[in-house]
Design a protein around this ligand. Structure first.
Ligand code: NBP
Length: 487
């Protein structure tokens, strides 16, 4: 009896995925690098431990592993991103047959995935780069899965991947075909970037509650709990409430003992780097990444805070009003963040020819993944109502939401500035909104400066777009004449 699928990589994600797949009645073969020459290797440990008594077969030899899988073979890699994936592909190729399918479920760089799709297809092997979100829990009980690459293989792997995906509230699986090349991994990368943004926004809400309201951990937990019943309902709001209430073994609130230095694994940074390559603003995620960077410079901040002293707070804030302002800031800034994230997806889709379905992406993020939330339904609806929507903030529903939040949002950013409390993501979002809705930005001056010192040219408001002019700003002889056309 051959297996339905093979899985390579038995670290935390791989083990849990194997168990999840098996629980959906599929037969699984597993293989891990650390097997040979080890008396009790990873494979044996897993097969005789957590996988005991299940339809999971372990292999110490890659050829036997490949031969144990029914054709066309489906082999999922859950190993560290980067070279390990290429090395494994090279080890697998000699034993594969045309039509077999490799699925990379790790956090691979989307350009690597695009290259691997090309390389594999040249050998008549299908390659799917599938972003998997949801951490260990998701891998075991239902993840959000973003597969892209060789479209011809989707029909074969779909039943397995959709069976192990989380289910949204309406029952639909959080796994849909994303598009060609590295699109699945690109979408997963932006998902992680949005996650950075959401976490920063929630942390700013917490910070203001703590310092301006002087709310206790229990009170703050209660606010987040209430918010989790409304439009902000989401996994991250839910766990924030639980974290704030959590007491350590000594009976103290653990949150108050955690050092304020945030780490990262780089997917937020990669989102920002790629947005810059696409020349698309992703301000909010960039702010979140840079705030983690600044938080990590603890010594520098300690030194700076000993040099500059904050003015004492007025602390004359009414809890009810301030909470409404914090809520509105969090909600509106989150909207801005998603508008930016989806805009990056849209432009990447246009540039790489992926034809991404943004509504479908919003829907598959509703369950399993870290950013799962109620308002993704509204995002999906907005893209369904207008498939050419150029920015979420232009959708009628979100316009109304922003208009209602704005008075509270701008008041909070102003109050925080007055109180010398940092809310970089709330204010970044607000400034993006103001820039987006400003017909005449001061970029005319930037263009004038560029032309003045570097003859970089500019367009004029009284001439058609696309007519580029250079001005002889300093009137020197032999220099280009005033008002030259450069087309
Ligand atoms: P790790 O990212 O820690 O990778 C460990 C696995 O990679 C082990 O099975 C290890 O084998 C294997 N491996 C390495 Br390292 N180098 C190898 C090589 N040269 N050849 C073959 N195998 C090699 O595991 P993870 O945390 O389970 O994550 C797996 C993938 O899923 C990663 O790409 C990760 O970014 C992604 N991911 C993780 C999470 C999460 O919450 N952890 C969430 C979503 C996605 P060994 O046992 O022989 O060392």
């Amino acid at each position: 009896n051959k297996s339905d699928i093979g899985l390579i990589g038995l670290a935390v994600m791989g083990e849990n995925l194997a168990l999840n797949i098996e629980s959906k009645e599929w037969r699984v073969s597993v293989y891990n690098r650390t097997v040979a020459g080890v008396e009790e290797g990873v494979v044996e440990g897993f097969v005789s431990g957590r996988a005991h008594g299940k339809k999971i077969m372990g292999f110490n030899n890659i050829e036997d592993f490949v031969n144990s899988i029914s054709q066309p073979r489906k082999i999922m890699l859950m190993v560290r991103a980067g070279n390990p994936v290429d090395e494994l592909m090279e080890q697998l190729y000699p034993f594969l047959s045309p039509g077999d399918i490799l699925i990379d479920g790790g956090n691979s760089n989307f350009e690597d995935t695009a290259r691997r799709v090309r390389e594999s297809e040249a050998k008549d092997i299908y390659f799917i780069g599938a972003g998997v979100s949801g951490g260990e829990e998701g891998a075991l009980h239902g993840a959000s899965i973003m597969p892209g690459g060789s479209a011809g293989a989707w029909f074969e792997v779909r039943p397995i991947l959709q069976s192990i995906a989380a289910k949204a509230e309406d029952g639909s699986p959080c796994c849909e075909w994303i598009g060609p090349g590295g699109s699945g991994h690109f979408v997963k990368m932006i998902h992680n970037g949005i996650e950075y943004g959401d976490m920063q926004l929630i942390s700013e809400a917490y910070f203001i509650m703590k310092h301006l309201l002087e709310a206790s951990n229990e009170e703050m937990a209660a606010y987040f709990e209430t918010w989790n019943e409304g439009k902000l309902k989401s996994f991250l709001i839910e766990i924030t409430s639980k974290i704030l209430k959590y007491k350590d073994a000594g009976g103290d609130y653990l949150i108050d003992k955690i050092l304020d230095t945030a780490g990262q694994k780089g997917t937020g940074k990669w989102s920002v780097i790629n947005a810059m390559e696409l020349e698309m603003p992703l301000n909010l995620i960039a702010t979140a990444v840079f705030e983690r960077n600044l938080s990590a410079r603890k010594e520098l901040r300690m030194e700076a805070s000993s040099i500059y002293h904050r003015e004492a707070s007025q602390k004359t804030y009414l809890a009810e009003e301030l909470i409404k302002e914090i809520y509105s800031s969090l909600y509106a800034s989150k909207l801005v963040s998603y508008a930016q994230g989806f805009n990056v997806l849209k432009y990447a889709s246009d540039k790489y020819g992926w034809r991404l379905n943004l509504a479908s992406i919003a829907r598959l993020w509703r369950g399993g993944c870290i950013i799962r939330s109620a308002f993704l339904n509204e995002i999906a609806k907005a893209f369904e109502e207008d498939r050419h929507l150029s920015n979420l903030l232009l959708a009628p529903y979100f316009k109304d939401e922003i208009v209602s939040a704005l008075p509270f949002w701008k008041r909070l950013v102003a109050v925080a500035a007055k109180e010398e409390l940092p809310v970089p993501a709330f204010s970044s979002a607000l400034n993006y909104f103001y820039s987006l809705t400003t017909n005449n930005l001061p970029a005319n001056l930037v263009q004038a400066q560029r032309d003045y010192f570097g003859a970089h040219t500019f367009e004029r408001i009284d001439l058609p777009r696309g007519v580029f002019m250079h001005e002889n700003w300093i009137g020197k002889a032999n220099s280009t004449k005033s008002g030259n056309y450069i087309i």
